[in-house]
Design a binder for this molecule. Sequence first.
Ligand code: NAD
Length: 359
Amino acid sequence: MSKQYRITLLPGDGIGPEIIAVAVSVLKQAGEQLNVGFTFTEALLGGAAIDATGNPLPEETLEACRNSDAVLLAAIGGYKWDNLPRHQRPETGLLGLRAGLGLFANLRPAKILPQLVDASSLKREVVEGVDMMVVRELTGGIYFGQPKGIFATETGEKRGVNTMVYSESEIDRIGRVAFEAAQKRSGKLCSVDKANVLDVSQLWRDRITLLSDEYPDVELSHLYVDNAAMQLIRAPKQFDTIVTGNLFGDILSDAAAMLTGSIGMLPSASLGASGPGLFEPVHGSAPDIAGQDKANPLAQVLSAAMMMRYGLNEPEVADRLEAAVDQVLDAGYRTGDIMSEGMKLVGCQEMGEALLQAL
Ligand code: NAD
């Protein structure tokens, strides 16, 4: 193999081990075809880690992730751990991992695959051809700003406080990720803020506008978040790449994702300034279907494709994985979550075999 990458695998809980096994097999095969090799190391995160060590993010897991070229995560969580104290919950492990790897940029594509247009709750003519990417700032803004908390006032009445704060450098670094993502796509970037009301948003708009001088090949526009929400539902095809802060991005990325109508198809990437990125499906651990060979592994496979494109800069491997997903859908293979009349219902493993065939 001319190139060799170290990948840390975090199968996590629920359907995680089933879907990550599919992603690993297609990665190996596509890699072999293109002379790209992988060394996979498995580590514990979430409920599986709590059961084994009492800690949702064991130190060895963070170390293994830091020492790899990229991290592929399936999903964490489940009923069993829902009532533990917050610091011992599976989600706390995931938040700790994102912080520990300094992942400040979250990339979430929402693409309507022609074979699945009817899975959307919107009309075919509105969503056909939708292909966008939401770039969300992940470690700043109102989720982390100080002061925060619930405080008692002098009268005894309680006040809840959160603070939306962004510094110039925080805006610039997410802005750069977004401009570069737009360059890899069709060269259109829309920045979303609330600059008509919020000072922090005015600074956001000023910095993004300034940055655009460095990216003359990217066409920049701005929208207020309320209008952006309307436009996403009214005419989603106008968007290519969207960049926004943590809170607005949290909401808009879910809205954009749901244009596609199928949670089992949605990948994501989280990137830092340097070091390994984290690649994972948007969906959770689906404990209701875990261990039954019913899970859709395609979001996990598309997350592996994002890992190759955005994490390891191996777009040819990414193209091949995406083409394989396209082919199995063309051939009519469907897991239960995306099943429709006349298609061939398969389980997770059979979908994996169909992908290998397509490759
Ligand atoms: P979920 O995404 O796990 O499931 C929602 C619904 O979608 C379920 O009916 C499930 O069966 C279905 N589904 C999800 N992924 C699927 C797939 N690949 N194939 C077929 N069907 C699929 O969300 P939830 O039920 O709200 O949460 C379950 C657990 O997952 C919770 O413990 C939650 O905290 C956790 N969770 C983890 C992540 C993550 O790891 N990043 C994200 C969201 C939720």
